[in-house]
Structures are given as C-alpha cells and as structure tokens.
Design a protein. Sequence first.
Length: 324
Amino acid sequence: MALVIVGTFVVALCLCAGDAQAQAQLQVGFYAQSCPQAEVIVRDEVGRAVSANVGLAAGLVRLHFHDCFVQGCDASVLLDSTANSTAEKDAIPNKSLRGFEVIDAAKTRLEGACAGTVSCADILAFAARDSVVLTGGSPYAVPAGRRDGNVSAASEAQANLPPFTASAAQLTEAFAKKGLSQEDMVTLSGAHTIGLSHCSSFSGRLQGYNASTGTGQDPSMSAATASALAAQCGRSPDAAVPMDAGSPDAFDTGYFHAVLANQGVLASDQTLTSDNVTAALVVENAYNTYLFVTRFGEAMVRMGGIKGLTGGDGQIRTNCRVLN
C-alpha cells in the first residue's frame, strides 16, 4: 500500500471494505445441500480437458484472474458480445483467453444435475483451483456463493487489467485497487510457472528496446534468454513460448528461479526483481515451495472474493455465454 498514491489509496480502502463484505458471504461447501456434486463435476470436466491439453490449465487460471479483475468475480468475462455491446472477452487483453469450452461443458452437466443452482462465477473459481492441483500444485478450499453479473464491457477490461509492460509499482497499485497486497501480487504472478506467452507480448524486449536508437535488447533479460526467445519467435510471428522453460507444465517454483536468473519472459515478470520488497518475496517463493503453494492458495481465495455478487444480486446463468 505504501507505494500507492494517496488518491488511489483511499479508493483501495473503500474497495477493500466492499470486498471483505462480499468475501464474508462466500462459504466453503456452499453447494453441499443444493448441488452436492457441483465441485466433483467441475473437477471431472477440468480433468478431461487438461488430460487432453495440459495448456488449458494455465488458460483456466488466467480466465479466473481476468474475470475477477474486471467488475469482480462475476463471470462477466464469459459473456459473448452482442450487436449493441462489445464484451470483455473481445477486448485486446483478452483475445488470447482460452478454456471457455471447459466452463461450458461443466455448466451443461451442472444444469442437468441441479438446474439454476451453480453460478458460472463459482465454476470459474473451482476450475482455476482444479487446474492448479492437476499440474502439481496444492489443493485449497474455495468459498462459493457468487452470482453472475449482467454487464460485460470491453472498455472495462482495457482499463482494469495490468499490461504485460507494467512496472513493479504499477502492478502494486493495480492489485491494491482490488484490495490485494504486494505479497499477493508477487505470489499470484507465480501462476506463470505454467502456460505460454505469445511472442508479441515480449518482442519489444528482444529488439528495438532503446527508444532513441531503435536497437538493442532489454538489459534486464539475460543475453542467452533473449537469443533463445528470438530464435523461437523468428520461426513464426504467432509463436508462443513457455513462461517457465524449465518445467512449463508443472506448478512449481521454477518461475521464480527464472526471474532471479533474469529469464523472466514478460517485462511484468522481470520487474519483480527491480524493487527490494518484491525481489525479497521472489526469493522467498523460489526457495520455499511449501511457503509458495500455501501463499498461492490463500491469495487465490482473496482474489476470488473481489467485489463479488452474492445473495439476490445478479443471476445464475443457464448458459454462461448469455444472460437469462
């Protein structure tokens, strides 16, 4: 919080209070009576999908994050655009999101088992947790009881999602606005230990980095890493590379070790070593696996409580892509 400007800090406090109220209304085992198989069904569908394509695990975690950071965890990221409105999923930062079909499959089964009961927002939260576990992370209990939102606007996604060029200070501010700490920010960045990044997201670090000369590589990236990435990206303009080259499909601490070795793929990854506090958190997570996985589960629960709709607010969508 100390790094956030005063005006934003006041806003963050207000959001924290609202988020805390929403979080208090969420409960572990929320569907124990109304739909006892809810989490089992989601886990089964996520398992099928990740077994066929392990990359979907990272996609589902990212989908939950991109939902929560825009209008709170209300499944607004799942809504399709209409003739009169461009939805979040069609905003530029969300063009590469994937895993929608996994959520659709889970929702279809849940509607058959207990119609009108399980929200799409809760499915996203369960699916993210299951994706972490299926790739080797530790399980954590997910409080549920979220309701689905009625609004989805691309402009909101553009305004709320931190860019891949963000500095440590900018990331800290963006997370503080959502009621999340600097420790939460560094910990949740650890989700990049699985999944891929498109070359277009970091190509500026490989060449043309010097604004005045239009040449050079980002000095915060190791020369060997820059050379390897340039070779991989040179094969195709649409290529995607692992965020954690050492163990791209395993939820482990490899991402933090890569950042410490100046091998962070995105500028927003490597920036974590530019600040003394965030750099210390990177070291802690890199060398204490238990600490990282524990922190990660706790941070995901806090993120999952951002400005959620509960009680009689919103709706329980029958189809996650459209309003009832």
